[in-house]
Design a protein around this ligand. Structure first.
Ligand code: G3P
Length: 222
């Protein structure tokens, strides 16, 4: 995907279920067309196919289970999200942590399937370990800032530069995203100026009355 990437995780908010997902996808399509900035969405599973089909924007799953297709019940194998149209998946989000063996399994399976992995990290040491696995993206998100009004760019620029530096040393092919509390063009610009390849965010767009206006502001200084 082109850099910078603005990746919006729709999580499980009321505002992002069903028609809500379409509302946000329409806004993402509109702002992508106006700005040329790549905006991807990570919707709930049932919305992967319709969003990919109707809006032609990059769609990620929020999670995949590290299982092969077969006798499992209630699980979500990689092949299922791929056939629905996802081009990648978040892995190890703060709200859905995995152990390191399962993270590695998912990263490898995504790569083998020709899909993108975006592995989430909570601090610089974890970023170092995860970048050694060779995902496409590591997204650094301090958990205490997730869902808040103060962004990682404002509250903890050190964790961004520290992550960028350590990834460069360990595996320079890995792209770095950052997230938590990202809500304005200034937050995004700071993240990019500090060396990241984009941002991962949720609530400022999902809970907005006018998601297109927020997205427009987010990309306004790029
Ligand atoms: O996955 C994105 C995320 O955890 C950040 O959420 O609401 O702080 O933008 P938010």
């Amino acid at each position: 995907l082109n850099t910078p990437l603005v990746l919006v995780n729709l999580k499980c908010y009321t505002e992002s279920i069903g028609n809500g997902a379409h509302r946000i996808a329409r806004a993402a399509r509109e702002v992508t067309d106006e700005s040329g900035v790549t905006i991807g969405l990570a919707p709930l599973y049932p919305d992967i196919h319709p969003i990919n089909h109707h809006y032609d924007i990059p769609v990620f799953a929020q999670h995949v289970d590290p299982v092969e297709p077969g006798a499992h019940t209630g699980r979500m194998p990689l092949l299922a999200v791929k056939s629905a149209g996802a081009i990648g998946s978040l892995v190890n989000h703060s709200e859905y942590r995995l152990n390191i063996a399962d993270i590695e399994k998912n990263v490898t399976a995504l790569r083998d399937a020709g899909m993108l992995s975006c592995v989430c990290s909570n601090n610089i040491a974890t970023t170092a370990a995860l970048s050694a696995l060779g995902p496409d993206y590591v997204a650094i998100e301090p958990p205490e800032l997730i869902g808040g009004k103060i962004s990682v760019s404002e509250a903890n620029p050190g964790i961004i530069t520290g992550s960028v530096d350590i990834v460069k040393k360990i595996n320079p092919a890995v792209k770095v995203l950052t997230g938590a509390g990202i809500h304005s063009g200034k937050c995004v610009k700071t993240a990019i100026d500090l060396g990241t390849d984009g941002v991962l965010l949720a609530s400022s767009v999902v809970k907005a009355e006018d998601p297109a206006a927020v997205l427009r502001d987010l990309v306004s200084l790029l």
